[in-house]
Write a protein that binds this ligand. Structure first.
Ligand code: NAD
Length: 304
């Protein structure tokens, strides 16, 4: 198939590589020209604009930071919809709110094409391995048509059809609300236990074998607890996700006390100028308060 891919950042560059390695004719675009070079080496073609990437494509993917970026790339000047072919499928892989997915769907339909919202979970490591979970909203027959290409990006066992347009985004906001709030609670639990005298390795071993286990905790085992803050999922993007979740609750007239409290930690991290750092940075706020770094002991064997 001929495929366009727009947004070649921490997630997009890996996902686009799986598509081109899957044997498709891939055209790529990003605001950063440099982001396209490794993909060109893998056989992709550089496009001069989102419209160029979309021209003649059967499927157009976007993986962009904010909901406004997705609408701009779709409907702005030189955008995807100015060149999309009738019957093509626009698959947005970004984390956006369901209202934006519905707005996008209406614009795509007006251009004679189809839209799916397909946010992803599994982080940059999952994107690199190609075993992400994809949660997809939109028409089921359109979803089934593009599923073989989605399975290049994600694990077929973790490809979930969620329902009408926007449903993928709703599931993704629920997922990230859980993961990100758990990170806040983890920082309080580690601060409490370590200040009271238990080392990080002992606590981690107990929690991973107990009811306190979680994917967020496992993530700590390969990042914060090892002192690894390498780039991945930026604080600004995490703050966006938890903000979209609390905003969705508000729009439904549904109080979400704990989510709004957790959101404050991300706002504080942004206020400290850590927006472009990896999300584990938020643990540093509680480390400061506790006067302790949440790290495995020096003699600890490195965790995988
Ligand atoms: P990123 O900031 O690393 O990458 C975004 C890319 O989009 C950048 O290369 C940027 O230059 C490009 N871009 C921005 N505006 C553009 C425009 N108008 N036209 C063309 N390109 C443009 O972000 P990321 O971490 O790759 O995340 C992408 C999306 O995936 C976000 O919505 C994020 O919330 C979601 N997500 C991220 C992760 C993660 O672990 N990083 C995991 C799951 C979901």
């Amino acid at each position: 198939m001929k495929i366009g891919f727009i947004g070649l950042g921490n997630m997009g560059r890996h996902m686009a590589r799986h598509v081109v390695e899957g044997g498709h004719d891939l055209s790529v675009f990003d605001l950063s020209r440099e982001a396209g070079r490794p993909l060109e080496e893998s056989g992709a073609t550089w496009a001069a604009s989102p419209a160029e990437a979309a021209r003649g494509a059967d499927i157009i993917f976007t993986s962009l930071p904010m909901p406004a970026n997705v609408l701009e790339v779709a409907t702005g000047e030189g955008g995807v919809l100015s060149a999309i072919s009738p019957g093509a499928v626009f698959v947005d892989l970004s984390t956006i709110d369901p209202d934006t997915a519905i707005t996008l769907d209406a614009a795509v339909r007006a251009a004679g094409a189809h839209a799916l919202d397909s946010p992803v979970s599994g982080g940059t490591a999952g994107a690199e391995r190609g075993d992400l979970c994809l949660m997809v909203g939109g028409d089921r027959d359109v979803f089934e048509r593009v599923a073989p290409v989605l399975n290049l990006i994600g694990d077929a066992e973790k490809l979930v059809y969620c329902g009408k347009i926007g449903s993928g985004s709703i599931c993704k906001l629920a997922n990230n609300l859980i993961g990100l709030s758990t990170g806040v609670i983890l920082s309080e639990a580690f601060g409490m236990a370590m200040k009271a005298g238990v080392d990080a390795r002992t606590l981690y071993d107990v929690l991973t074998a107990s009811s306190g286990d979680s994917a967020a905790l496992r993530g700590w085992g390969t990042s914060i607890l090892k002192g690894d803050f390498s780039p991945g999922f930026m604080v600004d993007l995490a703050a966006k996700d938890i903000g979209l979740a609390t905003q969705l609750g508000r729009s439904l007239g549904l109080p979400m006390e704990a989510a709004n409290l957790a959101q404050q930690r991300f706002i504080e991290a942004q206020g400290r100028g850590w927006g472009r750092e990896a999300t584990p940075a938020i643990a540093r706020i509680q480390e400061e308060r506790a006067g302790i770094e949440f790290r495995f002991p020096e003699e600890d064997p490195p965790a995988d």
